[in-house]
Structure formats: structure tokens, C-alpha cells
Design a protein around this ligand. Structure first.
Ligand SMILES: Nc1ncnc2c1ncn2[C@@H]1O[C@H](COP(=O)(O)OP(=O)(O)O)[C@@H](O)[C@H]1O
Ligand SMILES: [Mg+2]
Length: 404
């Protein structure tokens, strides 16, 4: 094929992809052309707050202390918006003074920067990052999700089209070029209360090319600290930053590791993923060597946790790999795996997350099963996070108490 013809066909292909993507986003965004967050039924709301269902009913019914929610259907079930849940949470904390309801960090508690990383594409990095971010926002933390991947799948899950809705200056690009020293210019609010997003697009690929040039040209340019400093300059108002890393070792990934206080590595239990994860560990250890050398006292990584992702319970081969992982990684391995869930995959195709769908996809039972896997993983990570703040892990107790 002549090159000019190939170029034409590729251009056409690119247009088709863009138009299709646009169509999916448009369909998801009707009726008012904006993604909106669903209501939360009492069971789920109680679990997120960490109270029993009957207590939540009692305090939110008409005329009660925290009257809120919308009564729907003829059986008088109450559903809540996330804003209402955050309001009840703050009220409960004020009333009881109970630590369990304080989902904010104190002055002495440092900002958590959690990098979700692995070189392998399709390892469930974006899936893990977005659901962790949304779970923490549901629980009441103030969360910033940062898309470091030029492919921008995290960005498009928020109903944004990376190539038309996001300009290069609205991503981390200016930060990596040295034109901005904080994230103010690229943080945007989302339709999720307490969840902000730094979107990505192809310009981050451009930044990968430009960084080595900068590193050569500018003396004393600490190319590995760019993101860490920008996050430090924008930390106020957030409890957790979640970084969704690209599937490659480049400046973005190195910056993410230098910025992180915790690293989470999703690994699907297959031989191929396992082998490439080994390479990733080797690379991480080399980067950490450099961290130590450059910054012997300044930098700590509080935790490094491996998450078994896309676990298929009935797969015998997976069982063996999981045994191997358990035997070798010890407490680096999170106890709760994330199971393969068809509803999650289907939601992703519609640019939604598991927390945004209700039980319309598949059966109610399979939806709840998926949700319990997801919540168990996220609650465990929340527990690890609380520990680094020196707090008691109340997350898991709250989740089991409410039956989720
Ligand atoms: N637990 C799961 N169950 C079903 N599908 C999953 C699960 N986790 C991830 N996926 C799917 O796998 C694909 C790759 O996941 P993604 O998070 O985009 O990986 P990465 O960011 O590492 O490239 C996506 O289509 C996603 O929907
Ligand atoms: Mg990804």
C-alpha cells in the first residue's frame, strides 16, 4: 500500500474512533448532557457512613435530627445523594466526636499520595485507581485523581473526551514543561462531590519526549521531582491523591514513584502478567535506590502493596500463581483480591464505573457480589492508609457491620 493511502486510511480510522467515542459519551450524558451521580439506597449509604441501617433510618426520617434523602417508590424507601451522606457524616462526627466519622486528615497527618502502577497494560491500573478514588470520596475523604497516562482512560471515565474536551494546558503538560509549579491550572471538579480530577490527553506523550531535552539543557533540573513538588504545592484541601500511571517506564512513572507515599501494584494472576510484574519490581527497586541516593532522609514510602486483580475464582492455573504470590510476597500482598466481574467490564464500555451503575447490568446477586469484592479491596487499602496516619483501622469493621 502506498504510504499516502495508508495515511489516509489511518486518518479515517482515527476519525471513526473519535466519533464513536463521542457518541458513547453523548449517549451516557443525556438527558442534560452531563454525567450525574446516582442516588444511594439505605443499605449502601449505611455501609459508607459506618452505621447500621436502622440507625440511619431513624436519624434521617422526617422530623429527625438529620432529615434528608428522597423517599422513592410506594414502599417508602429512602435514597440519598452523596452530598447528603457527607452532611450526615459531618453531623455524626460533631455530635459524637467519634474518630470513625472523621474522614479528614489532621494537621499532623500527611497527605497520602497513592500511585497505582505496573508496566503491563490491561493489568487493571485504571480500574483500581478510579474505584479507589471514588470509594474514598464516598467514604467522605477529599480526593484528587490524577491521570498520568496519555491514553487517558481515567479521564474518559469521567465523561470527558481527552482530545476535544481537554486542552494540553489543562493536563500536567505545563507542569512537566516547567510552566506551572502547582496543579491549580489543571485540577477540575467532577460530578462527584469531594472528588477532583487532573485529566490527561496525548500532550503527556509529548511531555515524555520533552523531559530528556529539558534535563540536558537545564543544569540541576531534578526531573524526577516535578510531580512531587507540584502535588506538595497543591496539597491543601485534599486527604488523598491517587495517581493512575501509564503502562511504561518513563518520566511519568518515575515522577509518580518519587511522589508516592504508597504504591499499589495490581497484578492479574496469569503467567504473562506475573513475569512482567517481576521486571516492574526490579525497576522499582532501582528507582528507589536512586530515591535513597538523592534524598537519603527526605523521602519515605509508607507501603508497597500488591493487589491480585481480575481474579477468576474457578481458574486452576490462577490458583497456583496465587499460591506462589502468597508464599513470596507475604504481607506485601493485599488479602482481598479483586474478582473478574462482567458487570464491571460492561460498565467500562459505557464509560461508567461500578459505583456509578446500580443493578441494571446482570442479576442483583452478581452485582452485589462484585460490589463486595470491590469494597473489601478498597476498605483494606483505606485501613493501610489509616494506619500510616497512626489511626485505628475502622474501615473494615464498618463495612462488615453493615453487611457489605
Ligand atoms: N475485576 C475486573 N473484572 C472485569 N474486567 C476488569 C476487571 N478489572 C479490569 N477489567 C477490565 O480490564 C481492562 C483493562 O483494565 P484497565 O484498568 O484499563 O488496565 P490498565 O489501566 O492497567 O491498562 C478494562 O477493559 C477493564 O474494564
Ligand atoms: Mg490505564
Amino acid at each position: 500500500m502506498r504510504l499516502s493511502r495508508l495515511k489516509e486510511r489511518l486518518q479515517h480510522g482515527a476519525d471513526v474512533c473519535q466519533i464513536t467515542q463521542q457518541r458513547i459519551v453523548e449517549l451516557e450524558n443525556v438527558p442534560d448532557d452531563r454525567k450525574r451521580l446516582r442516588q444511594f439506597p439505605t443499605t449502601e449509604a449505611a455501609s459508607l457512613l459506618g452505621v447500621s441501617e436502622s440507625y440511619l433510618r431513624q436519624i434521617t426520617k422526617d422530623g429527625a435530627e438529620f432529615t434528608c434523602g428522597t423517599v422513592a417508590g410506594n414502599n417508602y424507601r429512602r435514597t440519598f445523594s452523596l452530598k447528603e451522606l457527607h452532611w450526615v457524616l459531618a453531623g455524626l462526627h460533631e455530635k459524637t466526636g467519634d474518630e470513625r466519622y472523621r474522614r479528614r486528615r489532621n494537621d499532623g497527618e500527611k497527605l497520602q499520595v497513592l500511585a497505582v502502577a505496573n508496566f503491563k497494560g490491561g493489568a487493571a491500573k485504571t480500574t483500581t485507581a478510579v474505584h479507589l478514588g471514588q470509594y474514598l470520596a464516598l467514604r467522605g475523604y477529599r480526593v484528587l485523581l490524577v491521570d498520568l497516562d496519555s491514553q487517558a482512560s481515567l479521564t474518559s471515565l469521567f465523561g470527558l473526551q481527552p482530545d476535544t474536551d481537554v486542552g494540553p494546558e489543562e493536563t500536567l503538560y505545563p507542569v512537566f514543561r516547567g510552566e506551572a509549579s502547582d496543579l491549580k491550572g489543571c485540577i477540575r471538579t467532577t460530578y462527584w462531590p469531594r472528588l477532583d480530577l487532573v485529566p490527561a490527553n496525548l500532550s503527556l506523550g509529548q511531555a515524555e519526549f520533552e523531559m530528556p531535552v529539558r534535563a540536558q539543557r537545564e543544569k540541576n533540573f531534578a526531573f524526577w521531582l516535578v510531580l512531587r513538588e507540584a502535588i506538595e504545592n497543591s496539597a491543601e484541601g485534599y486527604d488523598v491523591v491517587v495517581l493512575d500511571c501509564p503502562p511504561s517506564l518513563g518520566f511519568m512513572s518515575i515522577n509518580a514513584i518519587f511522589a508516592a507515599t504508597g504504591i499499589i501494584v495490581p497484578v492479574p494472576p496469569s503467567m504473562i502478567d506475573f513475569a512482567s510484574t517481576g521486571q516492574f519490581f526490579r525497576m522499582c527497586s532501582q528507582v528507589l535506590d536512586q530515591v535513597e541516593e538523592i534524598d537519603p532522609n527526605g523521602k519515605d514510602i509508607d507501603f508497597f502493596k500488591i493487589l491480585i486483580a481480575k481474579h477468576s475464582v474457578t481458574d486452576q492455573n490462577q490458583k497456583q500463581i496465587i499460591h506462589l504470590m502468597a508464599a513470596n510476597f507475604g504481607d506485601m500482598l493485599l488479602q482481598n483480591p479483586m474478582a473478574v466481574t462482567t458487570a464491571l467490564d460492561a460498565a467500562g464500555l459505557r464509560k461508567r464505573t461500578y459505583y456509578e451503575i446500580d443493578d441494571q447490568v446482570g442479576t442483583r446477586q452478581s452485582y452485589l457480589r462484585g460490589l463486595s469484592f470491590l469494597n473489601a479491596v478498597n476498605a483494606e487499602i483505606e485501613g493501610v492508609m489509616l494506619k500510616t496516619w497512626g489511626r485505628q483501622d475502622t474501615s473494615r469493621a464498618a463495612n462488615t457491620a453493615a453487611g457489605v
